[in-house]
Design a protein around this ligand. Structure first.
Ligand code: NA7
Length: 534
């Protein structure tokens, strides 16, 4: 069956897809969303593991496009929990009547560009096809889960879960022996909560991570009133900031300041908590010696928190500059290792040799479990797109085009893939920013672009390969001015065997990026080839 009544097909009904649908409707386009899950929410629909929480503060991890919405919605905590974010997403879907244009439980299998019609044809898992002039991907950056390719992986006889595909019914850990593989953000949030219930928790750590306390707390009415009264200014500042998150940053070189002064400042920022700890000094993510000051400060905190010196040392990260792997934010993570029934197994000397029906084998020891939690991350940024069979001009597959690393124009368009737009795609600030700020910017920019194409009677719009090359060079250049490429991180594709090591997001800053995109638009969409109808 073919349905061709739409101007645009949107894949994904998370925060990006919902706002794209709303914006296109407002501007008189007919759009339809295809969503794999049975409800809206994207990441927050799938990530239901215990302790799941956003590391951007509630009052900023929400849409700014509707003044009524941002004033009326009431957040309860400094950092929003997964259930609360999902409630918010559902509220938005109902408030703007979005569901009538979303097909839930519908997975996009492939999308192919029909060059004769200059239209995209989307095929879903059930074989249904739909056509539209434009294809807009809103598939998220961390939605393609990654399970390690370990021998016997699927042989485990107990319950096994990936944090990013958590069951909808809460998992009962009561009296159970639990093994957790991984120590990234997801594990660091989940471990303290699981340890509250389980009989024992064993954590398998390949790489120690830096984590900063969340200091989460209930939001007072007074705090909400204060921020909401000033939303206009705060949101405008966030849009032009580096990461879409407001934080103080000291421009002085910490290496030239007295050690006690730097320590006192880091102490102050530790007490505030959250991801902006690494933004304390501008030099932290640029200069290895400045970075070492913050890294050693955190290692000292770990040593002071964890009673057993051997465990503390294993938890101290040494292999990457602080902040160059996504910084974690926790509640009682390090202190959890002081509990009798929590054990850390370092994989530094010896990796996991196999998963067995009873548990996990490392060397000659088999650890037995009732529940196994894979907190092993994602095929980030590219995975959500390359797992769909997307084919552009001459049948070119996106996954082939990106074989040596993703290339794009502004992270939003791709040469060889006309009339396709990728919200928060690789090459845009995305995961290095408050995603909601980046999503709103991309959605509004794409909608204006589509209006321009409608007004100019354009039927085909394609990024120019030279503009794309230039953008890729710029993305690399700005990354190379930082310490980020030094870490074996998922930003670099290093967590997926065989994935090319390319720094994928744009680190020039969301404010700078916004201005560049606006400039491209002002110049009549410089770097795009527009072909008029007829
Ligand atoms: P991450 O941050 O990618 O963490 C995955 C963890 O799993 C990390 O500690 C990995 O170690 C570990 N891992 C992966 N494969 C293995 C194998 N084979 N053996 C042992 N350990 C393994 O994913 P998260 O879900 O925690 O967080 C993703 C993002 O979501 C996060 O950054 C926030 O932006 C939200 P490694 O470090 O690769 O050595």
């Amino acid at each position: 069956m073919t349905d061709d009544s739409h101007d645009a097909i949107i894949i994904g009904a998370g925060f990006a897809g919902m706002y794209m649908l709303h914006t296109l409707r407002e501007r008189g386009f007919r759009a339809h969303v295809y969503e794999k899950g049975d409800d809206v929410g994207g990441t927050w629909y799938w990530n239901r593991y215990p302790g799941a929480r956003c590391d951007v503060e509630s009052l900023y991890y929400c849409y700014s496009f509707s003044e009524e919405l941002q004033q009326e919605w009431r957040w309860t905590e400094r950092y929003p929990s997964q259930p609360e974010i999902l409630r918010y997403a559902r509220h938005v879907a109902d408030r703007f009547d979005l569901r009538r244009d979303i097909s839930f439980g519908t997975t996009a299998r492939s999308a192919a560009y029909d060059e004769d019609a200059d239209e995209w044809v989307l095929t879903t898992e059930d074989g249904a096809r739909t056509r539209a002039r434009f294809l807009i991907t809103a598939v998220g950056c961390l939605s393609a889960t990654q399970l390690p390719d370990l021998p016997g992986r699927d042989s485990f006889a107990g319950e096994a879960y990936h944090t990013g595909r958590w069951p909808h019914e809460p998992v009962d850990f009561g009296g159970k022996r639990v093994g957790v593989i991984g120590t990234g953000s997801s594990a660091i949030q989940a471990i303290p909560v699981i340890a509250e219930q389980a009989a024992s928790v064993t954590v398998f750590q390949r790489t120690a991570q830096f984590s900063i306390p969340a200091h989460n707390h209930p939001l007072s009415d007074e705090e909400q009133r204060r921020v909401k009264a000033d939303y206009g200014r705060l949101r405008a500042e966030a849009r032009m900031s580096h990461s879409g998150i407001l934080s103080e940053q000291r421009e002085e070189d910490p290496l030239e300041l007295p050690a006690e002064q730097v320590r006192a400042e880091l102490e102050r920022r530790w007490a505030i908590g959250g991801t902006t700890f690494t933004a304390t000094y501008e030099a932290t993510l640029r200069d290895p010696d400045a970075n070492a000051l913050s890294a050693e400060f955190v290692r000292d905190k770990i040593r002071a928190t964890v009673d057993d010196p051997e465990t503390a040392e294993l938890l101290c990260p040494y292999d990457h500059p602080i902040g160059t792997k996504r910084i974690c934010v926790d509640t009682d993570y390090y202190a959890t290792y002081n509990r009798e029934h929590v054990e850390l197994v370092s994989l530094r000397e010896q990796p996991i040799s196999e998963i067995t029906p009873r548990g996990v084998r490392v060397g000659d020891r088999e650890h037995e479990f009732d529940v196994l939690v894979f907190a092993t991350g994602y095929d980030a940024l590219t995975g959500p797109l390359t797992r769909i069979d997307i084919r552009g001009v001459d049948g070119l597959r996106l996954r082939d085009k990106w074989r040596d690393g993703p290339r794009s124009y502004l992270g939003v368009a791709n040469a060889g893939f006309p009339n396709m737009f990728t919200i928060t795609g690789p090459g845009s600030p995305s995961v290095l920013s408050n995603m909601i700020v980046s999503i709103e910017q991309h959605v509004e920019w794409i909608a204006e672009h589509l209006e321009h194409l409608r007004e100019t009677g354009t039927r085909r719009c394609e990024a120019d390969p030279a503009a794309e090359r230039e953008w890729a060079e710029h993305v690399n250049e700005v990354a190379d001015e930082t310490l980020f490429p030094q870490a074996a991180s998922w930003y670099m594709g290093a967590n997926v065997p065989g994935k090319p090591r390319v720094f994928m997001p744009y680190i020039g800053g969301v404010g700078v990026y916004r201005e560049l995109c606006d400039e491209v638009a002002r110049q009549g969409y410089r770097g795009f080839h527009l072909t008029a109808a007829g």
